[in-house]
Design a protein around this ligand. Structure first.
Ligand SMILES: Cc1ncc(COP(=O)(O)O)c(C=O)c1O
Length: 454
């Protein structure tokens, strides 16, 4: 069996404990005595068969996109909560799970050094960034949002949804925001919010917060940190000094987005937005005659744009953080350090091998690299062939199109500034990737020899 089954046992045991809490209720026949219906088994087998049409995201040989399996405790806790199916919009719909959400979110805020904050879970990074930029737009109405040209596409799109002007800030040769270019744009005086990405989606590059914060002192913009992917690396002890300097300053932002469904071991549907100033809650203020009846305590729907939300997400996150607290030197931090080690070691092998070109060392756990060749067209074609051939050997990589400027220092290429090249990418976000590196390397080498010799 390749798939873990621990969560099934956990679920079975905890379901009994949950049930005990409702012992005073009279039995409801349809719940307590379900009749066996063979159609259920048939449909579930059909579902399982259909789900086989997936890359094996759970396996260490899946070293492609930003996908990581949830922890068994998260799976079990999420499933357990569905027996109640709480709705974290209001305390009326999810009392316990709302309390767990507040605790779990406070623990995330504390990871960034925030004792006070306003924050909540939401559907994911896009929804979380939408809320952060919405608040920025409410506070600096009509002013521009800036994010780097390597930021997630969501920022440009969200700005359009919010009808806020948006512009990209150019990046340097390592995919980080170019702060000289940023300063020129700020000088125009029409910027309301700068988005700093601490871990870009494509290359894991980290925008330089020390310089960006210096510019904030001078130009006075709102700073939003998109740490949807990278945020948890705050706990890792093996970042370079330069990257660490930026992570140490995340807490100076006005708002932060971090996705527990990326590096936080959660099933999809779990993003988190945090605001440093709890007063921004006033911006969310609205009346809801339907739901806010039972208490004067905060209902999470009063401080979030989404209405119904799965309480199960909060339950799973709380359980995971209970088991694996968000502390430096802890077991969870060790998992991130293992992923980062895997990326560093993989990058070193690539850099020391004449078949490959590594544009820059990874800042977090994403490695981007390309086969050595004479033209951009050749590099792109070879990347595609290696990607396809690796998948046939059960090694699943990703492809990414990046600006050619990332490669110009290492590659002697004729190119214009706007050219892009297709290259290979691995998000080594499972801690097991470190132990599997030799096997990954062996398969990659074999595949590359086959493709490059043709
Ligand atoms: C930096 C960053 N921001 C935002 C997002 C969007 O998050 P989601 O896919 O959860 O909506 C991503 C997704 O990869 C990301 O990496």
């Amino acid at each position: 069996m390749h798939l873990e089954e621990t969560s099934l046992q956990l679920l079975k045991d905890s379901l009994k404990q949950l049930d005990n809490g409702f012992a005073a209720l009279p039995p409801a026949a349809e719940n307590t005595a379900p009749t066996y219906d063979p159609r259920l088994t048939a449909v579930m087998n059909e579902v399982a068969t259909k789900l086989q049409d997936n890359y094996p995201y759970f396996h260490p040989l899946y070293a492609g996109q930003m996908l990581k399996p949830p922890h068994p405790i998260a799976r079990a806790a999420y499933a357990l909560a569905t027996w109640i199916n709480p709705n974290n919009h209001a305390l009326d719909g999810g009392r316990a799970s709302s309390a767990l959400e507040k605790e779990a979110v406070a623990q995330i805020a504390a990871m960034f050094g925030w004792r006070e904050h306003l924050g909540h879970l939401c559907g994911g990074g896009t929804m979380a960034n939408l809320e952060a930029l919405w608040v920025a737009g409410q506070l600096h109405f009509g002013k521009k949002i800036l994010a780097s040209d390597q930021s997630h596409y969501t920022h440009k799109r969200i700005s359009a949804v919010l009808q806020l002007p948006f512009a990209h800030v150019p990046t340097d040769n390592r995919g980080r925001m170019d702060t000289s270019a940023l300063e020129k744009m700020l000088a125009a005086g029409d910027v309301g919010c700068v988005v700093a990405t601490e871990g870009t989606t494509g290359t894991g590059s980290v925008d330089p917060l020390p310089e960006i914060l210096r510019l904030r002192e001078r130009y006075g913009f709102r700073l939003h940190v998109d740490a949807a992917y990278g945020g948890y690396f705050t706990l890792a002890s093996n970042l370079t000094a330069e990257t660490r300097a930026s992570f140490e300053l995340i807490g100076r932002a006005d708002s932060i987005v971090i996705d527990p469904h990326k590096h936080g071991l959660q099933p999809y549907g779990c993003g988190c937005v945090l605001f440093r100033d709890p007063q921004v809650g006033a911006i969310y203020k609205h009346e809801s005659p339907y739901t806010y009846f039972t208490s004067s305590e905060l209902h999470l729907g009063e401080i979030s744009l989404e209405c119904s939300r799965p309480g199960a997400s909060a339950v799973a996150l709380w359980a995971t953080q209970r088991l694996l607290p968000l502390v430096r030197g802890g077991e969870f931090a060790g998992m991130l350090e293992a992923s980062r080690d895997a990326a560093v070691q993989f990058a070193e092998r690539l850099a020391n091998d004449a078949r490959w070109v590594l544009p820059f060392a990874p800042e977090l756990d994403i490695v981007v690299w390309a086969p050595r060749a004479k033209t951009i067209a050749e590099i792109s074609a070879l990347s595609q062939r290696i990607f396809d051939a690796a998948a046939k050997q059960n090694l699943y990589l990703a492809l990414i199109r990046v600006p050619i400027k990332f490669f110009l220092a290492q590659h002697n290429l004729q190119a214009s500034a706007t050219d892009t090249v297709l290259c290979l990418r691995s998000v080594l976000m499972k801690p097991e990737h470190r132990d599997w590196l030799d096997r990954i390397w062996t398969i990659l080498s074999r595949v590359a020899d086959g493709v490059l010799s043709r």
